[in-house]
Design a protein around this ligand. Structure first.
Ligand code: GLN
Length: 199
């Protein structure tokens, strides 16, 4: 089975470890740059992207992350992790940097403060068996995807219908929502298949 790291600077690391193990991957928390050499892919969890960015700088892992991603390491980011994988962000903190890799513009905290948290079904391209029940927690949305990236899912109904919330570019995957919190591991399975070169 592939070994998948979960970036463990901050955020919901354990939930991702569990979800990855439930689909047969080996999962381990990653904090140091040299640990990136030992994994076949990386999950960047939900949490708070400004904190994650500051800790990545403090732990000297921001540049190594950029290098590994530029060299083709597959990665999957949820929520704050999606922000970290975006080439461009709106409403970031002053000076906020990302790892980048996906040709998209992501708006931080886009779903608004009154609606900090909600659930909605999302049909995700490449995921069979019906829509994923997506959990959004102070979630970003994708303002726009560039030519290199592809939208895989949108909010299906309500006031936010049509907003892009899942994106893929080659070996990089990002969702605004948190499948690690729902017990539905289909998106983790998709990512593990991507790491294996089977999706
Ligand atoms: N609002 C958070 C951020 O800017 C993301 C929230 C989350 O990951 N659930 O990073």
């Amino acid at each position: 089975p592939p070994t998948i790291g979960v970036l463990a600077l901050q955020g919901d690391v354990r939930e991702h470890v569990r979800a990855l193990e439930s689909v047969g991957a080996r999962a381990l928390a990653v904090r140091r740059p040299d640990e990136l050499d030992t994994v076949d892919g990386l999950v960047i969890p939900g949490g708070e992207s400004t904190t994650m960015w500051r800790l990545a700088v403090a732990f000297d892992i921001l540049e190594p992350l950029r290098k590994h991603i530029a060299a083709g390491m597959p990665a999957y980011g949820t929520c704050a992790g999606m922000i970290m994988l975006a080439d461009r962000i709106e409403d970031g903190a002053p000076g906020q940097q990302t790892i980048g890799g996906i040709d998209m513009t992501v708006r931080r905290n886009a779903f608004g403060r009154q609606v900090d948290s909600f659930e909605a079904p999302v049909e995700v391209t490449g995921v069979d068996g019906g829509p994923v029940e997506a959990v959004f927690i102070r979630a970003p949305w994708v303002e726009s995807v560039g030519a290199a990236a592809r939208a895989l899912g949108h909010v299906s109904r309500g006031e936010r219908a049509g907003r892009i919330v899942a994106v893929r570019q080659g070996g990089l995957l990002a969702t605004s929502f948190h499948p690690e919190l729902t017990g539905d591991a289909r998106i983790h399975r998709l990512f593990v298949d991507m790491v294996k070169g089977q999706a």
